[in-house]
Design a binder for this molecule. Structure first.
Ligand SMILES: [Cu+2]
Length: 287
């Protein structure tokens, strides 16, 4: 009974969707996670919706083709149908199987393009953060506040109990909740990619080019991402951590960060550079 099969399959899909919501973590991956990470921004809401929408469409297509195949095998096998029909053309069916896929593709294309423009069209922003991918860490610059800092992965031996391994960093990028953050992304050496799944952000960091994207985090918390462009030896060890806080906490952080980073590190002395170079040469000779 195909109708009962269909109900069973629909039920299975529905339970898969609810399982996705249950398993997916906020801001970071979880063991045995199915589907995408939980959304924390309007763009990611739309990406999640589009993902589920496509899943329904492909599920319906797969079931339809499966039912047709089973029907053909049962109804038209040599035993059940010893004298086959000689039909080769049926205009009506040919028109349908041309038009229906076109309609399906249009139904997919419309929300797909809408989403693409939504992602790429940066709305009026409340603050700007410039992100630079380096081998192998990220630097965050707050041009309005005139400071910049590096963000390096926390090594396993220094990991605190509440920090996720390979994702936690020493200096997180901090942004206020419910504010549009414009992100300028570039690379300083090779191509990296700035990616935070919960915000629906993924954009290449290309040396000599400034890419831009945006997000609006709608919930406080820490959101993790990783470099998503193979960039060399420590590609897997340059995570991204974005701490979303209240407006007051953000302002307090800005005051503190200005003191901590504004002066920046003094440029290294010539002696220090020469010393460093000597070490590099010595280690190269030793090898
Ligand atoms: Cu990278």
């Amino acid at each position: 009974m195909p109708s009962r099969k269909l109900i069973g399959a629909t039920f299975f899909c529905a339970s898969l969707f609810s399982a996705t919501a249950a398993f997916a973590g906020l801001g970071q991956p979880t063991p045995w996670q199915l589907g995408l990470q939980q959304s924390a921004s309007p763009v990611m809401d739309d990406i999640s919706w589009f993902n589920d929408f496509l899943l329904w469409i492909i599920t319906a297509i797969v079931l339809f083709v499966l039912i047709l195949l089973v029907y053909v095998m049962v109804r038209f096998n040599a035993r059940a149908n010893p004298v086959p029909s000689r039909t080769t053309h049926n205009t009506m069916i040919e028109v349908i199987w041309t038009i229906v896929p076109v309609l399906i593709l249009v139904a997919i294309a419309v929300p797909s393009f809408r989403l693409l423009f939504y992602q790429l069209d940066v709305p009026k922003s409340d603050l700007t953060v410039k992100v630079t991918g380096k081998q192998w860490f990220w630097s965050y610059s707050y041009p309005d506040q005139k400071f910049e800092f590096d963000s390096l992965m926390v090594q396993d031996k220094d990991l605190k109990p509440d920090q996720p391994r390979l994702l936690a960093v020493d200096n997180e990028m901090v942004v206020p909740v419910n504010k549009v953050v414009k992100v300028l992304v570039t690379g300083s050496d090779v191509i990296h990619s700035f990616s935070v799944p919960s915000f629906g952000v993924k954009i290449d960091a290309v040396p000599g080019r400034l890419n831009e994207t945006w997000f609006k985090a709608e919930r406080e918390g820490t959101y993790y991402g990783q470099c998503s462009q193979l960039c060399g030896r420590d590609h897997a060890f340059m995570p991204i951590a974005v701490h979303v806080v209240s407006e007051q906490a953000y302002n307090a952080w800005i005051d503190e960060a200005k003191k901590k980073y504004a002066a920046g590190e003094p440029p290294p002395s010539v002696a220090a550079i020469e010393n460093n170079l000597a070490k590099v040469v010595a280690s190269a000779n030793a090898r």
